[in-house]
Design a protein around this ligand. Structure first.
Ligand code: PEP
Ligand code: MN
Length: 338
């Protein structure tokens, strides 16, 4: 924290603030200026003694944080990019993370057919929800553990790594048993109990931006995971709610370079939920690559007309294949590869 003293604060007032800082268990670093004195207070601010209370001490103008509130995921303490290992793959370096698959795991045939198609096109990761956090309680809720088993089987057949969502703390260990990357959906970005439990495992977590979350909200959610000990976090821009109704969400691609300015974590983009419209997925995927994203997560379904969820935004396998060819050209320009 930085404690800025008022102009004309007396020596007694300054000394009193320094004494209080020490009493609260922090070290003080005063800078005595011509006009005013500024005092740095250094220590672990998670303690019960809050430095903010110094704002009410005579002679104090303002008490403000030195570091961003997201210490671990921000760039103040770590500048170099975080690189996450998933088996033979890395995320956050020059390998681009391409995740593809249906919104939901629906059947053995559907997931295995999709897995084979997206693998052939060039994806390294298969997505598919086994636990679905649907906006309606009457909508398909997922195949649960049976769905996880089907994902594992698809992985065994194709070699694809699995990205799948966990929606409740009670299922973290179950999902971690089958998944290579655990996804936190937009609706759960502020489920802090879930985030804390994901901080206690070591498998990577893909944290999706909440529908109404600011960049800072997203980074603070990531901080929850990191503060419990799991540094393997992938941020995902998936669109936010705005007044625009022509698209399902407004995909905020400016979030990609901005997140990369503020955080060392890898950032991927989900243009499927970000737009909700199949015809927009390929253009926005290309834009995501040149915005500096570390990966893409795209919904692909062998028969979108029959999809249990999100058929309207799912690419057909052939379209996905065409998309991969397009983005490969752009990845080359970015110095990245699949
Ligand atoms: C998903 O990726 O399956 C999903 C439900 O997306 P979101 O949480 O971004 O709505
Ligand atoms: Mn979906």
């Amino acid at each position: 924290m930085i404690i800025v003293m008022k102009q004309g604060a007396t020596k007694e007032q300054i000394d009193h603030v320094i004494d209080r800082i020490h009493q609260l268990g922090y070290k003080s670093h005063p800078i005595y200026g011509e006009q005013r004195t500024v005092i740095g207070a250094i220590g672990d601010e998670r303690g019960k003694f809050r430095l903010e209370s110094l704002a009410s001490v005579p002679g104090v103008e303002i008490v403000m944080p030195i570091l961003t509130p997201y210490k671990l995921v921000g760039k103040d303490l770590k500048k170099e990019p975080t690189i996450i290992r998933v088996g033979e793959h890395t995320i956050g370096a020059d390998e681009f993370m391409l995740v593809a698959g249906p919104c939901s795991v629906e059947s053995r045939e559907q997931i295995i057919e999709t897995a084979k198609a997206v693998k052939k096109a060039g994806a390294q990761y298969l997505r598919g929800g086994a636990f679905k956090p649907r906006s309606s309680p009457y909508a398909f809720q997922g195949l649960e553990e049976d769905g996880l088993k089907l994902l594992r089987e698809a992985s065994n057949i194709t070699g694809l790594k699995i990205v799948t969502e966990v929606i409740t703390p009670a299922d973290v260990l179950l999902v971690a048993k089958y998944a290579d990357v655990l996804q936190v959906g937009a609706r759960n970005m502020t489920n802090y109990v879930l985030l804390k439990d994901l901080g206690k495992i070591t498998k990577p977590v893909m944290l999706k931006r909440g529908m109404m979350a600011t960049i800072q909200d997203l980074l603070m959610a990531a901080e929850y995971i990191a503060s419990e000990g799991n540094p393997n976090i992938i941020l995902c821009e998936r669109g936010i709610r705005t007044f625009e109704t022509a698209t399902r969400n407004t995909l905020d691609l400016s979030a990609v370079p901005l997140l990369k300015m503020r955080s060392h974590l890898p950032v991927v983009v989900d243009p499927s939920h970000g737009t909700g419209i199949r015809d927009l997925v390929i253009p926005m995927s290309k834009a995501a690559v040149v915005s500096g994203a570390d990966g893409l997560m795209v919904e692909v379904h062998p028969n979108p007309e029959l999809a249990f969820s999100d058929g309207a935004q799912s690419l057909l396998p052939d379209q996905f294949d065409g998309m991969v060819k397009e983005i490969k050209k752009l990845l080359k320009l970015e110095g990245k590869h699949l």
